[in-house]
Structures are given as C-alpha cells and as structure tokens.
Design a protein around this ligand. Structure first.
Ligand SMILES: Cc1ncc(COP(=O)(O)O)c(C=O)c1O
Length: 391
C-alpha cells in the first residue's frame, strides 16, 4: 500500500526538500513468480529430466502459435537467438542494415558474424527504424535488414519487406521486447525470414535467461536447429559446425507457466499505456510514444520524449525529480549504438535522430501489477515536476 500525500500544485519538489507525491516508490517492474511457476519448475527438478525435452517442445509449440509463426526453436537467450538467425541468413563480409537506436545485441551479433553493420536512423515519433533512411543506405553489398521491434512496438513491416523485396535482402526481426505484438492483425512471427526473442528476467515473458527463434520456412528451421546443437543429425554425427545454444526444461517450464498469463498481462500493459497517453496529452513538452500504423504494441517499455526547450532542466535532472516524488524511471538508452565504443568504427555520423533521442527519452514504470494508486502517483508526479521545471 503506497502512502500518498496530497501535494497541491505549486508545492515544493521533493528533490528540493518538499513533500513527495508518494513516500513509497512505484515499482518499476514486476518479476515475481507465482506458486504455479515454482511448481512447474519443481516438477521438472523432480523428474530429473533437466535437458532440452518436453517442456521446451511445449514452449515452442505454444509460443510459436501465439506469435503467428510456423516453427519455433527455444535457445539459451536472446543473443544466441540472434546469432542463430544471423548465421543461417547471411555471411561474413555482407552488409546488414541495422538500427542505430536499439539494444546493442541486435548489432553486436552482426559484428560477431563477421558482417558489416550499416546504421539506419530512427523515426522521431515511434523510435523505430526509419525505412526511408534504410532505403537510402542500401548498397550492392547489402544482404539483410536486422530490425528491432523496439520497446514492444512493431516496426513498419510493410515498408521493410517491400525494401527487402526490391533488393533481395533477408529480414530478421529482433522481438526481444515485443512478445505477442501484432501488425495488421497478425502476430509478428508471420513476417520476415526469422524473428528472435529474449526471455531475460525482465522481459514480458521472463524465464531468467532464455530465447527463441521463430521462422516460417521448414528448411531454415532445420538449419537453425542444427546450429543450436552442434550440427548433430544423429547421435555423434555432426553435419555442420554448430554450438550448444539449447534451453533446458527447467527454464522452459517456467516459460510455459508464465505464458498462461502473458496475454492478460499484455492487455494490462496496454491499459496502463492508455492512461499515460491521457496524462501526457495534458503536459506540454512531454510526448507519448507513437505506434507504427497497423501495429499493436505490447509496451515492454513506455518511453516518453522530452522537448528540452520547454523545460529549465535536463532529462536526467527531470528524472531525478520524478524519483524523489516516488516515480522511478530508466533510460533506454543513454547512448545511440553508433556512439558505443564497441561499434564506433561503423559510425558514419549520419543518425542524428538516434543521437538526439539519447538525450531526451525516459521510460515510466509499466507492467501488469500497477494499481490505481500507482497510476495516480505517476500522473501527479509528472504534472508536478513538469510544472516546476517549465521554461
Ligand atoms: C532488443 C534486444 N535484443 C536482444 C537482447 C538480448 O537478449 P538476451 O539478454 O536474452 O541475450 C535484448 C535484451 O535485453 C534486447 O532488448
């Protein structure tokens, strides 16, 4: 139970010694397991069947079907999922169009493959990869597009598929943050050559570590299955060089149990997003995230963009003030990928939107466990801080 204090408009900010909107912090995420999740994992422990087995198969069948994909393959984590898809779909030396605005794995695994990432800028309202910028950056050496459905909102799939069709490019979608997102009424697993997922501890479907690749081509499913497990086609018969990127049944059992609740939890995230949209609609200088037309986002993150000219403080100062009022925030991401030391050699200084976003976005708490009280606290804190810091 939060202890909310009535802080009338104009009262001092908590960060300056005033009374906070709430003395207890709104939880930024909800990661607790239920007794059913724990029972599911315990049943696997009791069985002694700890390897990739029936629970992994169940997770593949159910998650694949919910995502609109024909084939699904569990794996160790979302980074391995990207590696498996990339190794199956392009070669060292190929150019791959990648988002400048994403988590690093989308791009670093292109580099790990020995391919050359070509940074594509983000759209300023949806934060998703800009298909027009991608079109400008296609060269004869381009072989693939690796696009992230960022924050849970789908990219402009039609535009990217059309671009890929014109140039014969493979398309890999990184859906680590976008479980159950849809585009034009279909699950995002229906599109592209491969879609990759992460089930990291904080993701919408969280198994601790874990990942998945979905595809629609059976031959590609076979290749990825081989890469996942040392290219083994029969006991100790190895058709190609591969890895051990398998999931285990303890992890998969937690995934299956949590999958029972994922659709309802996704609806709850969407309802929170609509509440935040309404609050932000009334605050000049704070912009709600837009969704690609035709897409339905799942709000892994709810990311707000500040118009810095409208405030007397920086984004980080604004977030520090929100925290003092009882509202934690997070920055996804403090640096655009071309400015990461690990990737700077691929930076051509041609992704201005992504660089700009890194100075002015912040994420609000969003998950299925937020109460009315929490939502009111977030709304009041946003209004209070925005009012106090207005330029
Ligand atoms: C967009 C994106 N891609 C890939 C990954 C990597 O997933 P994992 O942490 O499971 O390796 C993440 C996880 O944070 C992510 O957010």
């Amino acid at each position: 139970m939060t202890t909310r204090t009535i802080a009338p408009p104009g009262t001092a900010l908590a960060v300056e010694g005033g009374t906070p909107v709430s003395r207890s912090a709104v939880p930024f995420m909800s990661t607790a397991l239920t007794p059913a999740d724990i029972d599911a994992a315990t049943a696997v422990l009791r069985s002694g069947m700890l390897r990739q087995a029936a629970r992994c198969e169940e997770l593949e069948k159910r998650f694949g079907a919910m995502s609109g994909a024909a084939h699904a393959l569990t794996c160790a984590n979302g980074t391995c999922a990207l590696q498996l898809a990339y190794e199956a779909l392009f070669e060292p030396g190929d150019e791959v169009l990648v988002p400048a605005w994403s988590y690093i794995a989308t791009v670093s695994m292109v580099v790990a493959r020995g391919a050359v990432p070509v940074f594509v800028d983000a759209l300023p309202d949806t934060f998703q990869i800009d298909p027009a910028d991608a079109a400008r950056k296609v060269t004869p050496r381009a072989r693939a597009i690796a696009a992230t459905h960022l924050y849970g909102g789908p990219v402009d799939i039609d535009a990217l598929q059309a671009l890929a069709g014109r140039h014969g490019l493979k398309v890999i979608y990184d859906a680590a943050q976008a479980h159950l997102a849809t585009y034009k009424g279909k699950g995002i697993g229906a599109f592209g050559d491969a879609v990759t997922y992460s089930f990291y501890a904080t993701k919408n479907l969280a198994t601790g570590e874990g990942g998945m690749v979905t595809v629609n081509d059976p031959a590609l499913a076979r290749t990825i299955g081989l890469l996942r497990s040392h290219g083994e086609t029969d006991k100790y018969l190895h058709e190609r060089v591969g890895y051990n990127y398998r999931m285990n049944d303890i992890t998969a059992a937690i995934g299956c149990s949590r999958l029972d609740r994922l659709a309802a939890q996704t609806d709850a995230r969407r309802a929170v997003a609509r509440r935040y949209d309404a609050v932000l609609g009334g605050i000049d200088g704070l912009e709600a995230p837009a969704t690609t037309p035709g897409g339905e986002a799942v709000y892994h993150l709810y990311v707000v963009k500040m118009d810095l000219k409208k405030f007397r403080r920086t984004r980080d100062e604004f977030c520090a003030a929100l925290k003092a009022e009882g509202v934690p925030t997070a920055i996804h991401y403090p640096r655009a990928l071309p400015r990461q030391p690990a990737l700077a050699r691929f930076d051509k200084n041609d992704t201005p939107v992504s660089l700009d976003l890194s100075t002015r976005v912040f994420a609000l708490p969003i998950h299925h466990d937020l109460s009315e009280d929490h939502l009111r606290t977030v709304g009041e804190a946003l209004k209070k801080v925005a009012g106090a810091y207005r330029a």
